[in-house]
Design a protein around this ligand. Sequence first.
Ligand SMILES: [Zn+2]
Ligand SMILES: [Zn+2]
Length: 479
Amino acid sequence: MNKLLLWGVFTIFPLINKAQIAQPSLSYLERSFQTYDRLHKIIWSDPELGFLEVSSSGVLQKHLLESGFKVDAAVAGMPTSFIASYGSGSPVIGLLAEFDALPGLSQDTVPYRKALQQAGDGHGCGHNLLGTGAVAGAVAIKEWLDKSQHQGTIKVFGAPAEEGGGGKVYLARDGFLSGVDIMLDWHPSTRNAVDVGNGFTAVQMIDYTFHGKASHAAGSPDKGRSALDGVEAMNYMVNMLREHIPYSSRIHYVITNGGDAPNVVPELATVSYYIRHPKRDALKKIVDWVNQTAEGAALGTQTTVSKEIIAGFYEKLPNRKLAELVQKNLEIVGGITYNDRERDFAEQMVQELGGTSTILDKVSEIQPLADERASTGGGSTDVGDVSWNVPTITFGTAAFIPGSAAHSWHWTAAGGTTIGTKALINAAKVFSLTAIELYTNPELIEEAKREFEKRRGADFKYKSLVGDRAPALEYRVKK
Ligand SMILES: [Zn+2]
Ligand SMILES: [Zn+2]
């Protein structure tokens, strides 16, 4: 045997071996494509907003119960949360499941804009796939635990309201993550890649409500004090302070109540803010300044202001050991292969997006593991809070058409097709390979934990950014 051939055998052998060991899980997933295709499409067809996911959460809980899991529903003060577990003893591996939809992103499974319901809700972040993929992974891991008779526990954390309500923050704050050794997480994506934590920010979400005095806007304006003036003065000051805060900060707002009629001086007005920075210590300083603009605006408009913290997330804590482990398993599982119908859909969507079809090569490729670098801004996730409580890793599989943006009708459309199903089955395979490797090699868990402790710092103590408030169960209820 020549040297090159020998090298080939040695490098391929562990991969074959891993897949063989995981066979009970992988073959379960192969034969369960239809089951999970149906499950995620049920959730996709009935999109429910944060904390209102009664049927979506119910669908996943029912499937877990029928698969032999023990399910605790409505934990941490959230009616749509659940924790499902199977197996016994350690190691305890957790999987995160989300299932909330977004407002305004209703869309049919076609590659052009066609809302199913005008201004209706839709799964524009693919959480129908996310929750179903985690559940598929957990049941596949259970198959392996049964066949191998190996000790270990698998837990699914059904976390509501990722889009702004932050269900995971309450799971973390109220101690439901304790005892979990490693948390595995995925997010449907436009590519197959491990997230090394570069693009996420800490966020604080605050509603500011100004209180004025109502009066006839033409007959007796002198008797009124406009709450909307308070909001506008605050927004003006915030738009000026933007220039003087660190570049990687993000601040955005919407006025959720600006009064009812132009001829009534608004007595009440509310502006809803998201304030972000890659590090929560720096974020705190910016939040303090934004709070000062609210107070200054109230003073100058002779109104008063009250504020409510709606949610707050930590930035993500990376874990290189887990990233390397998941990267290898993602490479074993491989990318997505379109059938003719899916390719046709994808090519039409690429055209709609103004791209070229070569971009579709991305879905069959696995991105190399990126280097870690300082975040320069971007979105936030309540997985951040989890990652400071348990060593956590997130990866993505190509559920959406490359070139399309998160929170768009493009994502709703692709996420309701079999492209999404393929992506969630791949994710479930990666979960299986990774969990089995962790169960059978506890030293990997110890290494990940050592890195985790080092990154958090010896004197770290988790303190959530929501204080002691109860979950904002009505943040998406239209008033
Ligand atoms: Zn999202
Ligand atoms: Zn999402």
